[in-house]
Design a binder for this molecule. Structure first.
Ligand code: AMP
Length: 362
């Protein structure tokens, strides 16, 4: 953190490079004071919760918040309770200095009249502050104060990662109680997460509007994610199979297919063909993966459906696990973490009247 602050300070000494002056706040009472001042000045607050390692997906949410609110608050906090015991909490990318520089650049962009607001606050609390009584647990039956949203949190991502949504809902409840924003921004990339948060906000009567922004993608279509840095060259080129499978489902829908089993078969055909091709390659070249799930769900509540009715549409989503890199030579770019860990990727898209009529998958 001090490194980040000194970089921001450094910037202020370069003529024409003055930072736009957001405040980095680590204490909850400091944040509350600032929020109260905004309220007394009749300024609206748009809040973007993140775990940092900011990329263009986060940036899109922050831009949207700056279009719709006077003040933008961004939180950067890697929340331990949403990682399972064997997940990548310790190795999750943390780059606070680079993040604040990115936010500073973005703040300059917001000086333009087309934006209503400005980034004024970066909230980066400690875990001791966020979990004041018991140390945070990743154990399924661990103790603590948790928010659980069921059955939504137990399916799809929740089935593979049993503590994930409990951790997400709990930390978001804490953050929303602290910031009390008018609007909070989430990405469609994590679509089930946005359903969990909407349900939580409704059921607990939180006075915040949940806004969901479209998925931002790399030029080849891969959904941007802080975890993509773990992929490395070989796995990165094969990872696009997930989107290709979703597109195949969308194409099948556009061609008139409505039955769940047939739509899913179109996606699975893509993954099994690519996997077969990869298996034939020598270990030094191939990138293997496992399909975790494909889902076709009701866009109102994310429950699985057997048939898609065009007037309702559907959400098609999927997750794959890129397996560790086999036999890399010492020059190969295997990504952060030496390619030794599996990398889980998720993605989704809507099947809608539009895709059915146009017959052209996006
Ligand atoms: P994270 O830092 O991964 O917890 O993500 C913070 C927010 O950014 C969440 O609301 C995510 O859904 C959103 N987000 C992450 N990746 C993307 C993306 N590629 N496009 C749009 N939003 C995203």
């Amino acid at each position: 953190m001090s490194e980040a602050l000194s970089k921001v300070k450094e910037l202020s000494q370069i003529p024409g490079q003055k930072p736009q002056g957001f405040q980095v706040i680590t204490k909850i009472d400091g944040l509350r004071k600032k929020r109260r001042n905004d309220l007394l000045e009749h300024k609206t607050v748009g809040f973007v919760p993140t775990m940092g390692a900011l990329h263009q997906g986060h940036v899109a949410l922050i831009r949207q918040a700056a279009k719709e609110n006077h003040r933008v608050y961004v939180s950067i906090y890697v929340n331990p309770t949403q990682f399972g015991v064997n997940e990548d909490f310790n190795s999750y990318p943390r780059q606070f200095a680079a993040d604040t520089l990115k936010l500073d650049k973005l703040a300059r962009e917001f000086c333009d009249d087309s934006y209503l607001g400005q980034i004024t606050t970066v909230f980066s609390p400690t875990t001791e502050a966020m979990y004041p009584n018991l140390p945070p647990t990743s154990e399924i039956d661990g103790h603590g104060s948790f928010v659980t949203i069921t059955p939504l949190s137990t399916t799809l991502e929740g089935a593979s990662r049993p503590v994930f949504f409990r951790g997400v809902a709990t930390v978001c409840m804490k953050l929303l109680n602290i910031v009390q924003p008018e609007n909070v921004y989430f990405g469609q990339k994590d679509i089930q997460q946005s359903f969990v948060i909407k349900r939580m906000v409704e059921d607990f009567h939180l006075n915040t509007k949940v806004c969901v922004c479209p998925t931002v993608r790399e030029p080849d279509g891969l959904a941007m994610s802080s975890r993509n840095v773990y992929l490395g060259r070989r796995r990165r080129s094969v990872a696009i199979v997930l989107l290709d499978a979703l597109k195949a489902i969308q194409k099948s829908f556009a061609n008139g297919e409505r039955e769940r089993s047939n739509l899913l078969a179109a996606g699975l055909e893509v993954t099994s063909t690519v996997l077969e091709q990869q298996r034939k390659l020598p270990p030094t070249y191939r990138a293997l993966f496992e399909v975790d799930y494909f889902s076709i769900a009701d866009p109102k509540n994310m429950t699985e459906i057997d048939k898609v009715f065009v007037k309702n549409g559907a959400i098609v989503s999927g997750a794959i696990k890129m397996l560790p890199v086999e036999d890399p030579d010492k020059w190969e770019d295997v990504g952060l973490g030496d390619g030794k860990s599996a990398v889980r990727l998720i993605d989704n898209m809507h099947l809608s009247i539009l895709t059915a009529k146009l017959g052209t998958p996006g």
